[in-house]
Design a protein around this ligand. Structure first.
Ligand code: NAD
Ligand code: UDP
Length: 340
């Protein structure tokens, strides 16, 4: 029988792409999302791509009673992928308690529900922000965790610790912590993609909105960094590549035999690309110019970080495959579908 997976935050950006890959791989998916940062219409997109409409519970994971009901109404859930979280770094500085409550209570509630409901494993969305400014690049999973630079980043560090402590206490659950680098792009069908609320903070949605004429120009936050062209360097990973890693991680936890109880993997391409190089890749891939100017550095930005994904490559047998120009074309197709 197909494994049943609970995807929290499943109508969100990464959650929706992962739901598509889970369904394509034969899993049954139940989504819970409070729609605080996504739209229920995402379910239509998932159905168009896969031919399957996943079960959907509109609800908040910080509410234990809601989760109790969900597990009663959807018995037999084998695994959880926990995407549900608040993720705006700047907002987390302004409203730290909201971030600690939402991100940590969600995780604690889910962990609490797992043993009682026979849920065997949880995949957790962590982030390369746990590494802070790396001493060396590419960075692997053995690198030290640096002091968090925002409450958001701190919720990821604390969440990793909560999971480790819970598993170490003898709870009958496994976990895989996935540290994402910079997820970008959209499904090639343009049926699902990123839906930023208001003015985007992230580079790619800002870039595509500028290319579409919604924003006048993109500001590059600093060109005086210690990098070849002076702009920051990131590891931009295609969202579908990222989504596929979750399916592999889930399979490993549920069907693997000798896996350790808690494992951690970097999910990146292994290639660092500067902000300017990314803009060039977009322009080259789409033929559309992106008006841009150089501005001041953004406070808290890391100068350069890219992944050593060898562990995920070798242990999970997963590798990022998408070419950055294809990813940029998908991002543009999605922006065009959203409108100008
Ligand atoms: P997103 O905002 O698109 O998706 C998160 C979803 O969770 C949204 O649909 C939101 O409505 C929902 N949600 C939030 N709190 C909830 C709650 N209490 N109960 C139920 N639903 C809730 O974000 P995303 O980019 O898809 O990120 C998914 C996960 O990956 C997050 O945990 C994020 O911190 C992590 N992550 C994202 C990035 C990135 O750059 N996008 C990088 C590293 C890690
Ligand atoms: N960036 C930029 N202009 C923007 C948004 C982002 O120059 O309008 C830069 C930012 O300074 C960083 C990179 O793009 O160097 C990636 O930023 P993003 O917010 O997308 O992700 P982060 O790596 O900060 O999580």
């Amino acid at each position: 029988m197909a494994h049943k997976i609970l995807v929290t935050g499943g109508t969100g950006y990464i959650g929706s792409h992962t739901t598509v890959e889970l369904i394509n791989a034969g899993y049954e998916v139940v989504i819970i999302d409070n729609l605080s940062n996504s739209n229920v219409k995402v379910l239509d997109g998932i159905e168009k791509i896969t031919g399957v409409r996943p079960a959907f519970v509109e609800g908040d994971c910080t509410d234990l009673a809601t989760l109790d009901r969900l597990f009663k109404e959807h018995p037999g859930i084998d695994g959880i992928i926990n995407f549900a979280a608040s993720k705006a770094v700047g907002e987390s500085v302004q409203r730290p308690l909201l971030y600690y409550r939402n991100n940590l209570v969600t995780l604690i509630n889910l962990l609490e529900e797992m043993p009682a409901n026979g849920v065997k494993g949880i995949v957790f969305s962590s982030s390369c922000t746990v590494y802070g400014e790396p001493d060396v690049n590419p960075i692997d999973e053995t690198a030290p965790i640096k002091e968090a630079t925002s409450p958001y980043g701190n919720t990821k560090q604390i969440s990793e610790e909560i999971i480790r402590d819970f598993v170490a206490s003898g709870a009958p659950v496994k976990s895989i912590l996935l540290r994402y680098f910079n997820p970008v792009g959209a499904h090639p069908s343009a049926e699902i993609g990123e839906l930023p609320n208001g003015v985007p903070n992230n580079l790619v949605p800002y870039l595509t909105q500028t290319a579409a004429g919604i924003r006048k120009e993109l500001t590059i936050f600093g060109d005086d960094y210690n990098t070849p062209d002076g702009t920051c360097i990131r590891d931009f990973i295609d969202v579908t590549d990222l989504a596929k890693a979750h399916v592999i991680a889930m399979k490993r936890m549920l069907d693997g035999e000798d896996t350790r109880a808690v494992e951690v993997f970097n999910l990146g391409t292994g290639n660092g690309l500067s902000v300017l190089q990314l803009i060039n890749a977009f322009e080259h891939a789409t033929g559309v110019k992106v008006p841009h100017k150089i501005g001041a550095r953004r406070e808290g930005d890391i100068e350069k970080i890219w992944a050593d994904p060898k562990k995920a490559n070798e242990v999970l047998g997963w590798k990022a495959e998408m070419d950055i120009e294809d990813t940029m074309r998908n991002a543009w197709r999605w922006q065009c579908k959203l409108g100008k």
